[in-house]
Write a protein that binds this ligand. Structure first.
Ligand code: HEC
Ligand code: HEC
Ligand code: HEC
Ligand code: HEC
Ligand code: HEC
Length: 191
């Protein structure tokens, strides 16, 4: 009986210590007491592209730059040639545009854009299934992206090198698939 009690107490202390350690580790690695926790790195996009300027001020539609091609392939982020249609000649006198012209348009160099929603290699995703058949709005998955005046800071995991998702994570994919009765077996999304 006495033995039982000490065992219970030891277990209790192990639990408390374990919990405290896990808590401290969690605080250290994931807490937001640093501007960016040490497991994550930050990058800025190579060009200060403004969706607001192009969509609101220049009146462009999303599908002029992002669309499903005839074969169902997703165009993604437009190539430099699309930008050159207008930026062959300066469109204004902003520092951002001048830099873009100097670094990319003049030398005809593709912009190495960072993709915030980039998924790990073992995940299969197709815009066609979600836009053509299910007809979702971009905002359902991308939120405010597409309306910002400046691309947000790109935060990525130093371990996996993948961006830190806030919206499009497995849990969110599966939750929506469940809601709409879409296939939800592992092999739907993992190859
Ligand atoms: C002039 C061409 C152009 C137009 C028009 C445009 N975009 Fe973009 N879009 C870009 C470029 C360039 C990027 C890469 C830079 C960035 O992330 O801001 C981008 C990035 C994005 C991304 C980020 C994807 C990711 O995960 O990295 C989303 C979402 C997006 N656009 C949605 C939209 C929506 C919605 C509209 C219409 C309201 C729109 N875009 C209109 C050129 C355009
Ligand atoms: C339909 C014409 C058109 C296309 C296509 C276009 N732009 Fe622009 N862009 C403009 C106009 C208009 C402005 C605003 C110029 C101003 O008033 O300063 C602008 C401004 C910019 C600026 C300065 C942003 C700022 O805050 O003022 C950058 C950088 C830029 N564009 C990059 C791009 C890139 C990258 C692409 C291709 C993905 C692209 N543009 C495609 C018309 C276009
Ligand atoms: C059901 C969720 C969902 C919807 C709806 C959606 N996207 Fe995406 N989008 C994603 C995912 C997930 C990725 C990353 C794909 C990958 O890495 O394989 C992505 C990537 C992108 C990219 C980055 C370039 C690329 O293709 O890799 C752009 C730009 C983009 N989406 C724009 C849009 C626009 C514009 C719309 C609306 C017309 C839209 N998306 C609708 C989930 C969605
Ligand atoms: C907003 C709701 C929603 C989100 C978020 C979403 N999906 Fe879907 N997805 C659907 C619906 C609905 C379908 C069924 C479309 C159809 O075929 O009618 C579908 C279809 C698919 C298909 C094709 C399935 C098949 O065999 O027909 C794949 C693959 C897929 N989604 C992967 C993903 C991945 C990966 C994510 C997260 C990165 C994701 N989806 C996020 C709603 C969503
Ligand atoms: C509707 C789409 C979808 C379904 C269904 C799905 N996953 Fe995922 N899974 C994802 C996406 C997107 C990611 C990457 C983003 C993340 O880590 O949340 C992921 C990530 C993972 C990871 C982590 C990989 C890594 O490198 O971090 C594992 C493990 C995993 N899935 C296993 C499974 C298993 C097992 C099933 C079946 C029970 C399953 N998934 C079903 C979309 C899905």
């Amino acid at each position: 009986m006495a033995q039982h009690n000490t065992q219970g107490k030891k277990g209790g202390w192990a639990f408390v210590c374990g919990f405290a350690l896990a808590f401290l580790a969690g605080w250290f690695f994931f807490g937001n007491h640093f501007a960016v926790p040490p497991l994550y790195g930050k990058k800025t996009q190579p060009v200060a592209f403004s969706h607001k300027v192009h969509v609101e001020d220049a009146g462009m539609a999303c599908k002029e730059c992002h669309y499903l091609e005839a074969n169902g392939r997703w165009s993604g982020i437009p190539k430099l040639d699309k930008c050159i249609e207008c930026h062959q000649e300066p469109q204004g006198d902003s520092k951002e545009e001048a830099e873009f012209i100097k670094n990319y348009v003049k030398p005809h160099k593709e912009v190495p854009w960072l993709v915030y929603s980039r998924q790990p290699k073992n995940v299969f995703f197709s815009h066609a299934a979600h836009l053509k058949i299910a007809r979702f709005n971009c905002k359902v998955c991308h939120g405010k992206m597409g309306y910002n005046d400046r691309p947000p800071v790109y935060v990525y995991s130093r371990l996996s090198k993948y961006p830190q998702h806030t919206v499009i994570v497995m849990e969110a994919c599966m939750k929506c698939h469940k809601k709409y009765d879409a296939p939800n077996s592992c092999f739907t999304c993992h190859k």
